[in-house]
Write a protein that binds this ligand. Structure first.
Ligand SMILES: Cc1cc2nc3c(=O)[nH]c(=O)nc-3n(C[C@H](O)[C@H](O)[C@H](O)COP(=O)(O)OP(=O)(O)OC[C@H]3O[C@@H](n4cnc5c(N)ncnc54)[C@H](O)[C@@H]3O)c2cc1C
Length: 375
């Protein structure tokens, strides 16, 4: 089968790697050819700016929680295959709450997750200091630790996966955009590139992230993603990266007013929901810079010894399905779509399931997440 993957973010790169690589014991797709078309370079899209926390940290929907837990396992397996890659860390997640209501919510979350068999513990302040010695947290905070969670550096991870796919025989076409899906009747037969070339395929997989609706629309297909241009849209968000801050953090940290994690080159990635809420596309550049300064100020409160500065503030857009759940499955003959929020967490697991499914074994785990579920 000739498989064409559009997009080399974490979803497309993990898929290409999975599909191109011979797996122990062989598998039905061993004779496939895999081509990836990527407008810029692997990891250049949302995956490269993501907060990229690997987690299944919500017990509210046990089916989705299990789906995500399987994804954490898939990451462990994938990373093991690379040795100990610097772009993957299962270094845990430390959370604390200070307000009474937030403490009650955190405690209920730990109970709910532990009840589902997930590693989730309330810990005391001394234990939190052992995990993250540089942090300064209020004495009366309630602390929780989730040791099986982690983070990745999305850009390098997508690049490593795309490179391994290429080394396994995939053709990675970068610097070209798929401007439309090609059709024969109802069947998608590949894509037209921005230089006029047609790439033919038996199966085209749309892994174009936030840009998927535009590509699918060329064949009259809709995908329900939150519109980033709508006033007050939840899709745009803001991430700041600092200059190097050696030893500042070991793993992911969620404090009441800041989320932070280690980045490449010993820098930090900083984010916070209340700041995300004010960064839609109408917000001017100086306001974005001010938001970065605010994130840094919060980081300095959290990490009193921090001397790092803001290196970069980026407004980015999540590929956010309208109901928050993945959109994965066939949409037309010859066309399969794989677009999701939490794509960093889910990427390698989706690659396993899509591989299984396009080779004739429907994946029950994907049944709730079909693109056509909205009618
Ligand atoms: C600030 C922020 C925080 C986040 N936090 C988390 C988190 O903590 N945990 C988590 O799991 N997820 C998180 N996410 C979500 C996660 O980052 C995304 O779900 C994931 O990166 C999506 O990957 P993707 O491969 O689908 O998209 P992308 O990484 O955007 O990749 C799509 C690629 O397709 C290419 N492309 C698009 N259209 C075309 C075309 N027509 N032709 C050729 N190429 C094309 C683009 O150039 C791009 O490289 C976060 C996202 C953001 C923005």
């Amino acid at each position: 089968m000739r498989i064409l993957v559009v997009g080399a973010g974490i979803i497309g790169a993990a898929l290409a790697d999975r599909l191109a690589r011979p797996v122990d014991g062989g598998r039905p797709g061993a004779g496939d050819t895999v081509t990836v078309v990527e407008e810029r370079w692997p990891g250049a899209g949302t995956s490269g700016t993501s907060y990229a926390w690997l987690n299944a940290n919500d017990p509210a929907d046990p089916v989705y929680h299990r789906f995500r837990t399987a994804a954490l396992r898939a990451w462990r397996d994938l990373a093991a295959g690379f040795g100990d890659p610097s772009w993957y860390r299962q270094a845990g997640n430390l959370v604390w709450a200070t307000a009474d209501e937030a403490k009650a919510r955190l405690s209920a979350r730990v109970d709910g997750l532990a009840g589902l068999g997930y590693a989730a513990h309330l810990i005391d302040r001394e234990e939190s200091r052992a995990l993250e010695p540089a942090l300064s947290a209020p004495r009366d905070a309630l602390f929780a630790h989730f040791p099986d969670e982690g983070h990745v550096h999305g850009g390098p991870a997508a690049q490593a996966l795309a490179l391994r796919a290429q080394q396994s025989g995939a053709d990675i076409v970068t610097g070209h955009r798929a401007v439309r899906l090609n059709l024969r009747g109802d069947r998608v037969t590949g894509v037209r590139l921005d230089d006029g070339r047609d790439l033919d395929a038996d199966l085209t997989i749309c892994a174009a992230g936030r840009h998927a609706p535009a590509l699918l629309a060329t064949a009259g297909i809709t995908l329900p993603l939150v519109d980033p241009a709508a006033p007050g849209s939840a899709a745009p968000c803001l991430v700041a990266t600092t200059t190097p801050a050696p030893g500042a953090l070991n793993g992911v940290v969620h404090a009441p007013e800041l989320s932070a994690r280690p980045a490449e080159n010993e820098a930090l990635v900083l984010e916070c929901d209340d700041i995300d809420a004010g960064v839609d596309e109408s917000v001017p550049a100086e306001q974005i810079r001010a938001a970065g300064d605010e994130l840094l100020a919060r980081a300095r409160t959290l990490l009193p010894a921090l001397t790092a500065r803001v290196a970069e503030v980026r407004r980015c857009v999540r590929p956010l399905p309208a109901d928050g759940y993945p959109l994965v499955g066939p949409q037309r003959p010859g066309l399969y779509t794989a677009v999701t929020h939490s794509g960093i967490t889910l990427g390698p697991r989706l690659a396993e399931l899509v591989d299984q499914e396009i080779h004739g074994r429907p994946a029950e785990a994907l049944a709730p997440y079909r693109p056509g579920r909205h009618g």
